[in-house]
Design a protein around this ligand. Sequence first.
Ligand SMILES: [Mg+2]
Length: 112
Amino acid sequence: MSDIQNMIDELRAFVEERDWGQFHSPENLAKSVAIEAGELLECFQWSGEGDREHIAEEAADVLSYLLQFFDKTGIDPVEAFESKMRKNREKYPVELARGSTVKYDRLLKKRG
Ligand SMILES: [Mg+2]
């Protein structure tokens, strides 16, 4: 079994033991991803360097809610990732995007 599925199973058990599934609508989980991403960003609020342990904890919170979102919605995280990476490769061809921060819509106009 994949590491991702093991993490999802562990999260599912954690939530079931506490009867928290009733609070975990896709909307609430999506909000929680954003809230935890804000907490991750807060680590860098007043300086470019945050406390590594705190950063790791907040990144893990983002990942936990994101995995629960995938589980709740029945979206396969590996398939979603691979599909999006295929699209990203098309949107950002190496020959146009390498070393550039230009967004894909402007980048592809350059190619015509
Ligand atoms: Mg947190």
